[in-house]
Structures are given as structure tokens and as C-alpha cells.
Design a protein around this ligand. Structure first.
Ligand SMILES: [Zn+2]
Length: 312
């Protein structure tokens, strides 16, 4: 029996050791915000799900964490990396939205308030287990010991003081139906969550493209010095917003035109992609996924109008 336990422990450590170190190194943004910049890839065993930007802000009497990453191991390593930078306690974790690469590290913050918009909390409660199961399939050993911990505090949009830091919490939608942005007033750093992607094709499993485009107009008006996209490099200008908008507009127009022409989904998948998007990473995976997510509804919206028009 004892041997069995030792054997199991050995197995677990070997399985985890196959890929358990995310090598998280924070990148300073301004003088007190820092970002763990993820790879611009899809989920894969080679990256352990470290495909997302998470971050933290060191306030006067504590630390604010933004998103906890794709797994318990990520959350724990993120916390350890933060604690190497400062002795101040972590006061609050904000979860930007209900996608699994952003909240499955919550376990590492037991006892600390984890805040998200109410619809995000509901979506994580309803779908978090299924999202987590899917990551287990995609990432294997990286997910060991990960279990769902939904956020427990409802974030209120507006200005709040956390850890001595003035933050603007901005509730928006489009990438999902509840997307929280965190604007740090002192450094004018905007953590935009997945409302902004850069140099990586946006993901759309829960997107409303028209709402998303309208939210991008709002983001364009914000007086940020640094913008941290959910995926892709940090920027100091509006290039990432412009690129996200350009891609989403093209995607929407392409799908609407295809529906008007009566194309089936396989024909839409063959649409040539403009040269200017060819450099976006994971485009070849994300474009077909987006067609699958978005085209059936667009077809349904276009077809009745055409049928009605024929009878007019
Ligand atoms: Zn997302």
C-alpha cells in the first residue's frame, strides 16, 4: 500500500514535471503595474495554456491582481512571482471575463476577494466546469489539481480605491456579454481584457461583433498611456484597438456578404483572407472557429429577410 502511495506520488510529480513551470517573468508597465505576457498561441501542451496576459498593480498598502491564468499551477506561480516583487499583501483579484485562460488560477488566491461582473460570475458558475474539463483535455498534466473557484465578489463599475490605488472599473461587452476593464489612474494603464487583441486573431466563442465594435469606440476615447490587451504585446498607442476593429469589421462584413449570397458554411471557410491579417498568429485556427460560432446566426438573420423580400 505504502509503495502504491509512493508510486502515485512519483507518477504525479513526473506528470507535473513534464511541463509544470510557466517561467513567469513580469514585465514592468509604468512604475507600478506589471504584466505576465503570454504567448500568442492557441492552447497546447507545449505552452500549458500560458497564452494570456495577466497582471498586477502594486498599490500603497497592497497588490491588485488582474486575471489568474489557465490553471492552478499558473495561479500559484503567478502569486509566487508577485510575492518576489513585493512584501505587500494581495488585496483583490479581478477577473476580466468568463474564459478559462483568465480565471482557472483562482485557487491560488483562497481567502482573498475575487471580483468580477455579476454576469461573469454567473457564467463561470454555469459553464466553468465544462471549460475546465476542456482545458484538461487540451493541456493534460498542466491542469493537475485545478478545480473551479468562481469569483465571490460582484464588481461595481465606477471608481474604487483598492490597496490605496484609484481604479476605474469599466463594464463593457462584445467579446462576451460581460467584459470588465481595469484602468489604473496613476499609471494610466488600461487592462483591456479580451476586448483588445494584438498580433493574434481574436477569439469569438461568445462574441457579439456589433457590441464589440461599439466598445472599441469607447476604448478609443480613454486616456491611457499603456494598453494591455488580453492577448498580444502591450502597446502605448491605438494600434491594437485599430487592428482588432479592422479584423472584426472584415469578419462581420465577410460573413454577412456570404449569407446574402447564400453560401454554405464550407464555402465561407474558403474565403480568402486579406494580406494585412496574414501575420496574425493562430489565424488559420481562429477564422474557421469564428465562422462556426457566428455564421449560423447571421444566416438565420439574413434568410428570412430575403424570403420576405421575394414575396413583397
Ligand atoms: Zn476571452
Amino acid at each position: 500500500m505504502r509503495n502504491g502511495v509512493i508510486g502515485l506520488a512519483t507518477f504525479v510529480s513526473v506528470a507535473a514535471g513534464a511541463g509544470d513551470d510557466y517561467h513567469l517573468q513580469p514585465v514592468p508597465v509604468g512604475d507600478s503595474a506589471q504584466v505576465f505576457v503570454g504567448k500568442t498561441e492557441g492552447f497546447a501542451r507545449g505552452n500549458g495554456g500560458n497564452i494570456v496576459n495577466t497582471g498586477f498593480i502594486v498599490g500603497t498598502d497592497g497588490v491588485i491582481v488582474i486575471d489568474s491564468g489557465p490553471s492552478r499551477a499558473y495561479g500559484e506561480q503567478q502569486r509566487a512571482a508577485i510575492e518576489k516583487q513585493t512584501a505587500l499583501p494581495i488585496r483583490q483579484v479581478f477577473i476580466t471575463h468568463a474564459h478559462p485562460d483568465h480565471f482557472l488560477g483562482d485557487q491560488a488566491y483562497s481567502g482573498i476577494a475575487i471580483s468580477a461582473l455579476p454576469k461573469t460570475i454567473a457564467a463561470i458558475r454555469d459553464h466553468g466546469e465544462a471549460l475546465s474539463d476542456n482545458l484538461y483535455r487540451l493541456l493534460g498534466g498542466w491542469m493537475l489539481g485545478t478545480r473551479l473557484v468562481p469569483p465571490d465578489h460582484a464588481a461595481q463599475p465606477g471608481t474604487v480605491i483598492v490597496a490605496g490605488r484609484k481604479l476605474r472599473l469599466i463594464a463593457a461587452q462584445g467579446h462576451t456579454d460581460a467584459d470588465l476593464m481595469i484602468f489604473d489612474e496613476a499609471t494610466r494603464t488600461l487592462f483591456a481584457g479580451d476586448l483588445v487583441f494584438f498580433q493574434r486573431a481574436p477569439t469569438t466563442p461568445n462574441a457579439n461583433i456589433e457590441q464589440w465594435l461599439s466598445t472599441l469606440d469607447t476604448i478609443d476615447q480613454l486616456d491611457f498611456q499603456y494598453l494591455v490587451p488580453g492577448h498580444g504585446p502591450i502597446v502605448q498607442d491605438h494600434a491594437a484597438i485599430a487592428q482588432t476593429r479592422d479584423y472584426l469589421r472584415w469578419l462581420s462584413t465577410t460573413l454577412h456578404n456570404a449569407a446574402t449570397r447564400g453560401w454554405d458554411i464550407q464555402e465561407v471557410m474558403q474565403t480568402p483572407i486579406p494580406e494585412r491579417f496574414r501575420s496574425l498568429s493562430v489565424l488559420d485556427q481562429e477564422f474557421p472557429r469564428s465562422v462556426t460560432h457566428l455564421y449560423p446566426d447571421i444566416e438565420l438573420n439574413v434568410l428570412p429577410k430575403q424570403t420576405a423580400a421575394k414575396h413583397e
